[in-house]
Design a protein around this ligand. Structure first.
Ligand code: ZN
Ligand code: ZN
Length: 395
């Protein structure tokens, strides 16, 4: 595993076109996705989201799976031929063989078997492939600092992505339970009917304004209340910003944030289609504002969040402390006095938490807020920190 990681993280000359790195990485990604898809076909009752099962075209999935595994195999051979280090190619071939042994694209599905508990493996494969396909090329083109795809702490962030996707059932239940309880005790038929009767686009805009007003204060609370900050500090501990860094978030924060945004939407009776459009949009927007895309979107940045706006929220500079809390609309920060966008178009010099040491790794970060009792006061002077250094404990 170490050899595989080292090869994924290898430096520039070893990643060049023709080095077998690109074919090896693509083979590995396709093989992992293929093996996951075979498992989903074999054990759909445990590994797929029930709401999605009805939507899947199994024949098409089998065709895509066959093409994906075949492509992974061919690319792995190409990588083995081209590359000195063979670990990427051989790992991909091993996974393709495992997927084939489990039935490959012909794996039996038992899609009609129902269970109470499931993991969202299908949700993970689809969402990571889709966001990766969208954002990796954009970051290659517009990203700064020559930041590699497999940058510092990429495995931690990938694990966050995996866990929040796999446990989608538990997370949804925990954040929905309070709103369902409130719903049982309210009966605003008039208001709910009026809200649901509006055009969908208008409902989506209303949801965005409403949820952002809530999110702004919840987010600000997470920064200002020391005990809550210890949960939110995990999100800020990402040492580099890219689309994957958006997934680093403590489970408790995911539940609170989703609950706080979903509750008003449910209670006010917005149409389900408007809710879904909003949820997909906010998922992509979150990846976008964290992404390593270095363009200044001057015409819109006054009205709508941009990568530079949110990168300043993560910055290590003193001027970046407790600013830019909004998730959609920067004018909320202007309204409440927390807006920060340097006129000269600057970006922060680095990212991470400088006021306290945050442990590395999912498990340590999961328990961190519970054993850390006395948060230190933020640094009075924040030293500049190179972007590829882990979060320091200075101050
Ligand atoms: Zn924050
Ligand atoms: Zn963030």
């Amino acid at each position: 595993m170490t050899a595989l990681r080292e090869d994924l993280e290898s430096s520039e000359p070893d990643r060049q076109f023709g080095s077998g790195w690109i074919s090896g990485v693509l083979a590995l990604v396709l093989a992992v996705a293929g093996l996951g898809a075979v498992l989903c076909l074999r054990y759909p009752e445990y590994l797929t989201v029930p709401e999605a099962r009805g939507v899947y075209n199994v024949a098409l999935i089998r065709l895509a799976l066959f093409a994906g595994l075949l492509t992974a195999f061919v690319l792995a051979i190409v990588s083995i031929v081209l590359r000195r280090q063979k670990v990427l190619g051989f790992s991909a071939i091993t996974l393709v063989l495992m997927a084939t042994a489990l039935g490959g694209s012909q794996a039996q599905d038992r899609i009609n078997v129902q269970t109470d508990v499931y993991l969202g493996l299908d949700w993970f494969i689809l969402s990571i492939l889709f966001t990766g396909i969208v954002f990796i090329p954009i970051e290659r083109l517009l990203g700064a600092r020559n930041q590699p795809i497999f940058r510092l702490e990429w495995r931690e962030d990938l694990l966050y992505f995996l866990i929040s996707s796999l446990f989608v059932q538990g997370l949804t239940y925990l954040s929905l339970a309070p709103s369902l309880a409130i719903l049982r005790h309210t009966d605003w038929v008039g208001i709910r009917g009026f809200i649901a009767s509006q055009p969908i686009w208008l409902q989506v805009i209303e949801i965005m304004v409403l949820t952002d007003l809530v999110q702004y204060w919840v987010h600000r609370g997470f920064h200002r209340v020391p005990w809550l900050w210890n949960f939110h500090a995990i999100h800020h501990s990402a040492p580099m910003m890219d689309w994957l860094a958006s997934s680093r978030m403590h489970v408790m924060e995911i539940v609170v944030l989703r609950g706080a945004t979903v509750i008003p939407m449910y209670i006010l009776g917005f149409a389900e289609s408007a809710l879904y459009i909003y949820l997909v949009f906010v998922f992509l927007l979150s990846a976008a504002v964290h992404s390593n895309v270095r363009i200044n979107l001057r015409p819109i940045e006054k009205w709508f969040v941009t990568p530079r706006f949110h990168h300043w929220h993560h910055g290590i500079e003193r001027e970046a402390i407790d600013v830019n809390f909004a998730v959609h609309f920067p004018w909320l920060d202007r309204m409440f006095g927390t807006h920060h966008m340097p006129e000269d178009g600057r970006w922060p010099s680095g990212y991470g938490v400088v006021s306290q040491p945050i442990p590395r790794g999912f498990i340590k970060q999961l328990f961190y807020p519970f054993y850390r009792r006395r948060p230190q006061v933020a640094a009075t002077a924040v030293p500049a920190q190179p972007v590829d250094a882990p979060p320091s404990d200075q101050g």
